[in-house]
Every structure is written in C-alpha cells, then in structure tokens.
Design a protein around this ligand. Structure first.
Ligand SMILES: Nc1nc2c(ncn2[C@@H]2O[C@H](COP(=O)(O)OP(=O)(O)OP(=O)(O)O)[C@@H](O)[C@H]2O)c(=O)[nH]1
Ligand SMILES: [Zn+2]
Length: 201
C-alpha cells in the first residue's frame, strides 16, 4: 500500500469578490468626462462599462487545481516550460506590460502538472505589478508549494508605459530572473537552466 504524503490537489481560488463593477463603471465615466472624451454616442455609450470590464478581466486570474503527482521514477532533471505568454498591469501607470515567462523546476518528491506552470504565471500576472516582483513571486510560490529541489524563472516583457508614452522607447524589452534552491546555489545547475531557457526552438 502506498501512503500519500500530501493531498493530490490543492484548489487555488483567487479573490475576485473585491470588485465593485458598478463603482468602476461610474469612475470610468467620470475619468473619461474629465479627459473631455465624449461618451454620448451610440459607439461610446458603453465605453465606461467596457473599460471597467476590461480592467476587471486584466485583474482576474483563473482559479485552478494545483495537481501534483508522485515522482515515482525519481526524475531529477530540469522540467522547463518556455514562452508562457502573460499580460500584467504596471502598478505605476496601470498600463499593460506583456511578454513571456520561462518557468522551470528540479523535481523533489512530487511532479507538477505541466499546465500549472502557466496557471501560476497567470495567477501573479493578473494584478498590479512590477516585473521584478512578478518574477520573484512565481519562483517563491512554486518553491513553497511544491518543495522542489530548485526553481528558475525568466520573464521578458514590453512595458507599454515606456514604449507607448513617457520615454517612448519603442522596441525595448525588460528581462528579469529569480532562482530558488539548487538553481540559486549550484553554478552548473544554474548555467543549464539559463542555457535551456535561452535555446532557440
Ligand atoms: N523597476 C520597475 N520599474 C517599472 C516597472 N514598470 C514601470 N516602471 C517604472 O516606474 C517608474 C515610475 O516613475 P515616475 O517617474 O514616478 O513616473 P513617470 O513620471 O510617468 O516616469 P516616465 O515613465 O519616465 O515618464 C518609471 O521609470 C517606469 O518605467 C517595473 O516593472 N519595474
Ligand atoms: Zn508603468
């Protein structure tokens, strides 16, 4: 008889109860009026509502089950999910920043369902963020929840607050990384992670 050391799945339920969509719609209408934007035409009458819904969507990660499996065959090498797309909101301007994340881990006693790596990125992207925190939060959360031997995260993104306005530095991208466990302490494991994360298809 095998003894499960942990429950097979943990349900992650993001808190979306905090949204007051009607207040958000009223505020959007006030904001647009203050900017002199007409919301009286047939085309723009629902724009305050659309704005509220758009921001609520950008701030609403999907819930999911953090499904794990026992690492029965003792797989000890890197598992790396590359090019996970995400959209987040820069907490300074509330303008989108979007890009991709590479998320990898060195398994311990349990393996994670692959899709969960993309779901964890979504969980932390759909909130007001700075890219450094997004990157670190993904690594820390996986390290705490999965207790793997190591975790590595690389995030690359375009910040529209600096490409479309302000510095207007079109074409720039920002790269951040966060490491935990063996990937932080062992130079060879770290090197392998960055090599595989960078490798072209
Ligand atoms: N470190 C970090 N900074 C960010 C991120 N997203 C936006 N920023 C920066 O936050 C800073 C906010 O600076 P402020 O000087 O208060 O804002 P601002 O007057 O609109 O500045 P400009 O964007 O330079 O016009 C800007 O330099 C942004 O580029 C992020 O993810 N990480
Ligand atoms: Zn910004």
């Amino acid at each position: 008889m095998t003894v499960e050391t942990r429950p097979p799945a943990t349900t992650i339920t993001p808190d979306t109860a905090r949204f007051d969509s009607e207040a958000a719609e009223r505020a959007a209408a006030d904001f647009l009026a203050a900017l002199g934007v007409d919301t009286a035409s047939e085309s723009t009458r629902r724009t305050p509502r659309r704005m509220a819904e758009a921001f609520i969507e950008l701030l609403s990660p999907a819930g999911f089950d953090l499904t794990t499996f026992p690492n029965e065959r003792g797989y000890r090498q890197l598992v790396l999910e590359r090019d996970i797309p995400f959209t987040s909101l820069c907490e300074h301007h509330m303008m989108p920043f979007r890009g991709t994340a590479h998320v990898g881990y060195l398994p311990g006693a349990r393996m994670l369902g692959l899709s969960k790596l993309a779901r964890v990125v979504d969980l932390f992207a759909r909130r007001p963020q700075v890219q450094e925190s997004l990157t670190q939060q993904i690594a820390d959360w996986l390290h705490d929840r999965l207790t793997p031997a190591g975790v590595g995260v690389v995030v690359q993104a375009e910040h529209t607050c600096m490409t479309l306005r302000g510095a207007r530095a079109a074409g720039t991208s920002t790269v951040t990384s966060a490491l935990q466990g063996v990937l932080l302490t062992d130079a060879r494991a770290r090197e392998e992670f960055f090599l595989l994360a960078r490798e072209q298809r």
